[in-house]
Ligand binder design. Structure first.
Ligand code: AMP
Length: 308
């Protein structure tokens, strides 16, 4: 069983979609990553911070998924990171209405001793200085450092982000962000430029249009499963990252072929996340449902053709 170290926000989210809205509910990149990765046989830990307004039942929920929360710092008198977003009618785009960093503003992450030799480090969306500090605390070079980030950090902390990108093996990023980071419209060119910045593997997420994996001259595409019901896309990217990193930590194999499989696992799990608000669907997902959907996935993309 491999070790997976997860860094990212543990948060309160308020979400509005065309189907309804929620008050503050459990959210955060690390939360979605942890829930998704818990589908695999991995030893995982979350490094993050919350305030003492964060309910113990949410921490217990993560613990019950076998996630080590000893490095989830609870700041006395502090407030938990809060994000509020509103989706447009197509559900593919959203506006961020509020981002309150709160306790995250001056967070000094501490990697648990047991995880300083983790096989896979999943740097979820968070301040790049926090991500870098986690890399610096590792006593052994991880087999894979995977980075997820977003436009917020490109807009506000680009220099710090570029430093983290340099130390990364795999970056997962959405199409809009890949374009912003490189000033290239073509995703092929953008992926090429990102590889020059550090990561050997570039995963570009395209929401309901699937995900692309680039490595040197190799390209692989995984569609998103066409779903009847999409309620809330929040966390789909992080759930993808959780499935991707969880699978790679569990299999401890970083060949291109296995990274392709990781893209499929990530896409499969993300397809569940969007079916309910917030983390609801991911909280009670069982292995049989996941396996059944994987078969649907296989059928969706399999074809037999003879070249004339
Ligand atoms: P996703 O839909 O995959 O982009 O992830 C949504 C999650 O990211 C939400 O649960 C938010 O709490 C979290 N989030 C939103 N903005 C930020 C930010 N600037 N940094 C870190 N996490 C964020």
């Amino acid at each position: 069983m491999g070790k997976l170290l997860i860094v990212g926000t543990v948060a309160f989210d308020a979400i509005e979609t065309p189907f309804g809205k929620t008050d503050k509910i459990l959210g955060g990149a690390a939360t979605y990553i942890g829930l998704s990765a818990s589908q695999f046989d991995v030893q995982s830990a979350i490094v993050s911070v919350v305030g003492d307004d964060f309910p113990q039942e949410y921490i217990d929920l993560l613990k019950n998924k076998n996630i080590d929360t000893s490095s989830l710092e609870v700041v006395k008198g502090g407030k938990t990171f809060f994000w509020k977003g509103k989706y447009h009618n197509d559900l593919n785009s959203r506006d961020t209405l509020v981002t309150e960093l709160n306790t995250l503003a001056d967070f000094n992450p501490v990697v648990p001793n047991d995880f300083k030799d983790a096989d896979v480090v999943m740097l979820g969306n968070l301040h790049p200085n926090v991500q870098m500090s986690v890399i610096d605390q590792m006593t052994k070079r991880p087999k894979l450092v995977i980075l997820d980030t977003m436009n917020f950090w490109m807009d506000n902390t680009l220099d710090e982000l570029m430093k983290v990108i340099k130390h990364t093996d795999v970056i997962t990023i959405n199409d809009e962000e890949a374009r912003q980071l490189t000033n290239e419209y073509s995703l092929v060119k953008a992926a090429g430029k990102i590889q020059e910045m550090g990561p050997k593997y570039v995963v570009i997420k395209k929401g309901e249009h699937g995900a692309l994996l680039f490595n040197e001259d190799n390209v692989f595409f995984a569609p998103a499963l066409p779903l009847e019901e999409v309620f809330d896309p929040t966390g789909a990217g992080d759930t993808f990252a959780g499935g991707f990193s969880g699978y790679l930590a569990a299999t401890e194999n970083t060949s291109f072929n296995n990274i392709k499989n990781a893209v499929i696992h990530g896409s499969n799990l993300a397809s569940f996340c969007v079916e309910r608000f917030g983390t609801e669907r991911m909280q009670n997902l069982d292995k049989d449902e996941v396996n059944r959907r994987m078969l649907q996935f296989k059928a969706l993309t399999q074809f037999d053709i003879e070249i004339q």
